[in-house]
Design a protein around this ligand. Structure first.
Ligand code: SF4
Ligand code: SF4
Length: 487
């Protein structure tokens, strides 16, 4: 059997961004993360304040505009251009670190709550409530959501050690972790030989310059990732604590082939083998089919389907109708499409594994498609509404200061016309499909070297089905709610 290239084993051969003249110096600066967190904390404060005191109109309030247009759009742009920079700059972790100066948690996250199950439930709940309550249109609701996020994260991380909230609870974090598997950068060791001769493992346990019995002056990886055994970007928040902690300056932020880690069957530090993680399998399915559902929720035909379901159920409440729709798209569709591909692969490649085991191996191939579908959706809002932040900020300044310090609001500023964005969306969908088929084929080359093409075919068909469905959704007439400021 051939082995797909592993991302973190052996000596690093890519380009190390940490060694670049200006960017490298900035990233290695001890207070880089804090500086980024303070900027995003200021943005979070603006969102909450304007959410409460600003106008109730979504397109005129910084809470809704910054959260549902700019934050989501820039999040995927950063992930695709570099890596998980929004976890790096997460303001919640800044506030948590301040709070931990007053109260240091001592409990470890309970083993029976391990994995991503809580985050999966919250991810599904956020998708569902977003559609049910039209969160994009509620400045106050958005402000409450931000506050709730801070409160829950504080509660979890003041009770449990490490980055328990990031690893097990945060739905945005799981979105970022999955998307970062196709990022071009990865935190990895520079030399495996240096790690082999290293006896302290400070990258994970923390740096103690005076030896084991002395206090930690720089924490190690809060996510429990031991650098020499780390593979890929899953569970990595790009915090760069390991860069500061390694006493041998042996950690790089290196370039790599995006997505290849999804085909890697090796055991990973703090994660294990991907195929042995049912929670990650479910998370990937929710991520991919949730992208289709989220886009479906903003187009006109969804209302016809909802009306039909309301009639069929004898006038059931909206929550029930939406629940039926969610079950159809994020439960039944994956079972049929992905389960069908697994059964077909079992037959055509004479694979003795159960359909579940085959699914657990190949499902990660769907991630590039999922990433590109989320990007196509968020890019639409970002590109059609990018400039709205200017007049809304001008208006917010008038609300707060009482006079037009930045001039009268330029309400005509918005962004690209929707028609101009459609080709970009189509490009993302096709690009994602090609990437997913490529990853599926890498998996086949590893698992079925003599029948690789045959083993890949069912997955290529499944990917094509999801892509066609998503493109159909992207090209449907859109509710006004979706244009420019959310949906
Ligand atoms: S502390 Fe540095 S040298 Fe030691 S194992 Fe970690 S990355 Fe390798
Ligand atoms: S400390 Fe852990 S989470 Fe942070 S960058 Fe290093 S490996 Fe990633």
């Amino acid at each position: 059997m051939t082995t797909p290239p592993s991302t973190s084993h052996g000596t690093f051969q890519g380009t190390d961004v940490l060694r670049w003249p200006v960017v490298g110096l900035l990233l290695r600066w001890r207070h880089f993360r804090t500086a980024l967190q303070l900027v995003l904390l200021a943005v979070a404060v603006v969102i909450v304040v304007h959410g409460f005191i600003g106008p109730e109109i979504a397109s005129a309030n910084l809470a809704t505009v910054l959260t549902w247009v700019h934050y989501r759009g820039l999040l995927v742009v950063a992930l695709l251009a570099a890596g998980n920079l929004f976890c790096t700059g997460c303001p919640i972790i800044r506030v948590r670190d301040w709070a931990r100066r007053l109260h240091v948690p001592t409990r470890h996250w309970p083993k029976r709550l391990g994995g991503k199950w809580i985050a999966i439930v919250l991810f599904a709940a956020v998708l569902f409530t977003y559609e049910l309550f039209d969160l994009w249109s509620l400045p106050r609701g958005t402000a409450y959501l931000v506050i709730a996020y801070f409160v829950v994260a504080m509660g979890v991380d003041l009770l449990f050690t490490g980055a328990s909230f990031c690893k097990h609870v945060c739905p945005i974090g799981q979105f970022n972790f999955l998307t970062s598997t196709v990022s071009p950068l990865e935190v990895q060791v520079r030399s495996a030989d240096t790690c082999r001769s290293c006896h302290t493992a400070d990258c994970v346990s923390g740096h103690r310059p005076g030896g084991r019995s002395t206090p930690i002056v720089q924490r190690g990886c809060e996510l429990g990732l031991f650098l020499p055994a780390k593979v890929g970007n899953l569970d990595c928040t790009f915090c760069l604590d390991c860069v500061q902690a390694c006493p041998h300056d042996n950690v790089a932020l290196g370039t790599r082939a995006p997505g290849v880690e999804l085909a890697d069957a090796n055991r990973r530090s703090a994660i294990g083998r991907l195929a042995d993680r049912p929670d990650l399998v479910v998370l990937v399915l929710l991520f991919v089919f949730g992208a289709v559902m989220n886009a479906f929720g903003m187009i006109t035909p969804v209302y016809r389907v909802e009306q039909w379901l309301t009639t069929m159920t004898g006038g059931a409440p909206e929550a029930v109708v939406l629940g039926i729709l969610f079950v159809a798209v994020i439960v039944i569709a994956p079972i049929v499409v992905v389960g069908g591909a697994a059964v077909a692969t079992r037959i055509v490649s004479a694979d003795a594994r159960s359909p579940w085991r085959i699914t657990a191996r190949y499902v990660y191939a769907l991630v590039p498609l999922g990433v590109c579908l989320w990007t196509a959706h968020y890019a639409f809002h970002l590109l059609t509404g990018a400039l709205t932040v200017v007049p809304v900020t001008q208006s917010a300044v008038i609300d707060l200061m009482g006079w037009p310090m930045f001039g009268e609001p330029l309400w005509r500023w918005a962004g690209m016309r929707p028609g101009k964005v459609f080709p970009i969306q189509l490009g993302f969908a096709i690009f994602g499909a090609v990437g997913s088929i490529g990853v599926a084929h890498l998996i086949s080359l590893h698992d079925h070297p003599k029948r690789a093409v045959r083993a890949t075919m069912p997955w290529a068909i499944a990917i094509a089905i999801i892509t066609v469905a998503a493109i159909w959704v992207l090209f449907q007439p859109m509710e006004m709610r979706g244009v420019g400021f959310g949906g």
